[in-house]
Design a binder for this molecule. Structure first.
Ligand code: ATP
Ligand code: MG
Length: 465
């Protein structure tokens, strides 16, 4: 993509009403625009990040054996009356009447709708286990929408629902979600710590929230510092293995880590030596619940067992804040100059900065680099505007692309360009071919790259050098 043809409405001024870094940076980098309180348009750059986050969520859900579908945003109140939540949910629920005067609502979550789908189509133990999920907009009429997409009223969420015959199977589904969430967040460059939490209006006893540690987070957290050393990494997990999933769950939840709702000072002191006790803040990016038959019983979601007995299914639900994650990643990864995207979610993979627009040799080398990066299956953003170098660097730093190739006539005389790492600031000189190859290696773990063939690597740089 050439920047001259893109839509990147960056702001020079720091927006006065944005209180935290991620909100400020998302506005300044032209990622979002507020449409009304807690409701945002996702401008092209923000939309790319949102889709990348969504893609990782889909890939990891599918890897865990969960099945994607899509339910509507608007729901009938009748189902919520059946579960008893229509009256319980309170003012966060946006209630709407259609022209026939029927009570509708903009879904804050989907337990009722999915339970209705399940009971209409499944009635035998043979169809279990089953986990269905979707990624869809939700609406909660938050009393204080704030911090941009972090606490919106309309927000994008992955919500999944497991249906199992027994409590034991449902707890395996719980553990499986825990494992898949660890993988999901690490792929986004985040450390999200599972912490024991309260269930709120979803209900149930077993629940963990995943928190990204950040001073600007809205949750108060208490934890054993040892937990921050844990990494899921590149483990090969068999998601069908109860033992393997259980072992990961135990590894990641046996140390003390709780939100303020469940925190017990006495237990904290008893279990964690003083030098490892930490008290801080975190951003909730996901939550998993096991709630047994809370919905299946009142709504009649039952199956026949092998013995012909009719029993309510055991369920759980599992959410990831897809739109909140865009903000959470920035909170965890930025500096004074702007955003620093992790490779897994970056809107463009490499920025190309032309230091002398209009110089035919420099223009040609930039165009060739742009095409070579695209040929790898990666997305370059080429700043081909007629602007000062300083302004181009400032834009690249603000929008946070992790790698930048800088091309100028002086370097080209010696056959080199510069590759700059946004995170460390380290600059390396190399030939354009080497820069393309480095970029392909950097992104190989994140993408299903086409292998770089010889002719592609040699591709026509020599015509410019
Ligand atoms: P919170 O405690 O932050 O209000 P919640 O516990 O009510 O969130 P869940 O029902 O667990 O939210 O929803 C699943 C995920 O959706 C949360 O972990 C969070 O990442 C995200 N989420 C919830 N509310 C919002 C919101 N208002 N704006 C953006 N994301 C949200
Ligand atoms: Mg929650």
């Amino acid at each position: 993509m050439r920047l001259s043809r893109y839509f990147l409405p960056v702001l020079k001024e720091t927006p006065a009403d944005a209180q935290i870094a991620s909100h400020r940076l998302m506005l300044r980098a032209g990622m979002i625009k507020q449409a009304s309180a807690g409701i945002y348009s996702w401008l092209p750059l923000g939309y790319k990040v949102l889709r990348n986050i969504e893609r990782i969520v889909h890939e990891e859900q599918e890897r865990a054996g969960h099945i994607a579908m899509l339910m509507p945003t608007l729901q009938s109140a009748d189902l919520w009356r059946e579960s008893g939540r229509y009256d319980d949910y309170g003012e966060e629920m946006l209630r709407i009447a259609d022209r026939q005067g029927r009570d509708m609502l903009y879904g804050p979550t989907n337990e009722e709708l999915i339970t209705d789908i399940f009971r209409s189509h499944v009635n035998s133990y043979k169809d279990l286990p089953l986990t269905l999920y979707h990624i869809q907009w939700k609406f909660r009429d938050e009393i204080r929408p704030r911090f941009g997409v972090m606490r919106g009223r309309e927000f994008y969420m992955k919500d999944g629902y497991n249906f199992d015959l027994t409590r034991e199977d449902a707890l395996h589904a719980y553990n499986r979600h825990l494992v898949s969430y660890l993988r999901t967040f690490e792929r986004m460059g985040l450390q999200a710590i599972p912490m024991r939490a309260e269930s709120g209006p979803i209900g149930g006893d077993d629940t963990h929230e995943f928190l990204v540690l950040a001073d600007t987070g809205e949750s108060e957290v208490f934890y054993d510092s040892e937990i921050t050393d844990l990494r899921f990494g590149e483990r090969d997990i068999d998601y069908d293995s109860h033992e393997q999933c259980q072992a990961v769950m135990e590894e990641f939840t046996s140390r003390y880590a709780r939100t303020d709702d469940t925190h017990e000072e006495a237990v904290f002191h008893e279990r964690v030596p003083e030098d490892r006790r930490r008290h801080g803040r975190g951003i909730e990016v996901g939550q998993i619940f096991y709630f047994g038959t809370k919905y299946s019983e009142p709504m009649g979601a039952t199956v026949q067992t092998r013995d012909g007995e009719t029993v309510p299914v055991h369920m759980g639900s599992h959410g990831i804040g897809v739109s909140r994650l865009a903000g959470a990643i920035i909170e965890a990864s930025h500096d004074d100059a702007g955003i620093i995207w992790p490779e897994g979610v970056t809107p463009f993979h490499v920025g190309i900065v032309n230091l002398k627009q209009g110089d035919s040799q420099t223009d040609g080398a930039c165009a060739a680099l742009h095409d070579a990066v695209e040929a790898l299956g990666l997305a370059p953003l080429y700043d081909d505007r007629d602007e000062r170098a300083g302004a181009k660097f400032a834009t690249m730093d603000l929008i946070g692309l992790p790698w930048r190739i800088t091309v100028g006539p002086r370097g080209l005389k010696n056959g080199v360009v510069e590759l700059t790492c946004r995170r460390t600031g380290k600059v390396e000189e190399m030939t354009p071919e080497q820069a393309v190859e480095r970029v392909s290696h950097i992104y190989a773990p994140h993408h299903h790259l086409r292998p770089m063939t010889e002719p592609m690597a040699k591709r026509s740089f020599h015509t410019w050098l």
